[in-house]
Design a protein around this ligand. Structure first.
Ligand code: PLP
Length: 251
């Protein structure tokens, strides 16, 4: 029997199904893996805006994690919306038990829609995760927020292995995404900008990366394949409401 990669996801629930845990589960399934889901927060949003969110009680999440990890062994971790420093502390605690398992951290602060998905001090807490992070996948506003107190070179000094900067927030008809390591830019991926706005592209990308890393691919290989997959999903995106389109995440 072939081993299906098991990816432990910590992420928030987005009721549109475009982003958050549903996006993660769909992308991981499409890439041939199985997602274990620890839901960190319940959000209220539609395809146009984020209205509010509630963090899941820490004790319950810790209990879920303990029970789950006593039974199942993850091949990779995907951290999406953590929402609050207390959830970041739990993630750090869990990852300490798996020093050799790849970790993808999507530093979700607000998503592509208006409205925050983070309580105060989340940014400082996320920096504490860098020593355990294999691949950090910020967009430009997220990287700007994260580098307010610590420079990018200090991320790598802290132990971060790779940073994938998503370039969609820059102007231009071609989107440039850059994979960086302590030695600088090691790979540049270009894709045509599609004429729409999407909800869940970052979640799709980070989850696909985690699943491919869980299958044993190198970071540059996993990132290349995950970016191509995400672009295909965006080309197949569809409308479910009056706002942003949802990626078509089929295998
Ligand atoms: N996680 C949750 C729960 C979200 O609701 C969102 C966006 O609204 C995101 C993550 C990030 O979404 P995206 O993939 O569009 O960056």
């Amino acid at each position: 029997m072939n081993h299906k990669p098991i990816i432990l996801v910590m992420a928030g629930h987005d009721p549109t199904g475009g982003a958050g845990i549903q996006a993660d589960i769909e992308a991981i399934h499409a890439m041939g893996g199985h997602a274990l889901s620890l839901i960190t927060a319940l959000t209220t949003q539609d395809t146009r805006s984020v209205y509010d969110f509630k963090i899941v009680p820490l004790q319950q999440l810790r209990h879920q994690a303990k029970i789950l990890l006593a039974d199942c062994t993850p091949d990779a971790f995907k951290l999406g919306m953590l929402g609050d420093p207390s959830i970041v502390s739990l993630a750090i605690e869990l990852l300490e038990q798996y020093p050799d398992v790849p970790v993808v951290l999507d530093p979700v602060l607000s998503g592509n829609l208006h409205g925050s998905l983070a309580t105060p001090h989340l940014i400082d807490a996320l920096l504490e995760l860098l020593p355990q992070t294999t691949l950090l996948t910020p967009n430009i506003p997220e990287l700007t927020a994260l580098t307010a107190d610590l420079s990018e070179s200090e991320f790598f000094e802290a132990g971060l292995q790779f940073l994938l900067l998503k370039g969609a927030h820059r102007q231009g008809t071609i989107i440039q995404n850059e994979l960086r390591s302590a030695t600088g830019i090691i790979y540049r991926h270009e894709a045509p900008r599609l004429p729409a706005e999407f909800h869940g592209s970052g979640c799709t990308l980070a989850s696909a990366c985690a699943c491919l890393l869980g299958q044993g691919l190198s970071v540059p290989e996993a990132v290349t394949r995950a970016l191509d997959y995400t672009q295909d999903c965006l080309a197949r995106a569809f409308a479910i409401g009056k706002g942003q389109l949802i990626p078509g995440r089929k295998p």
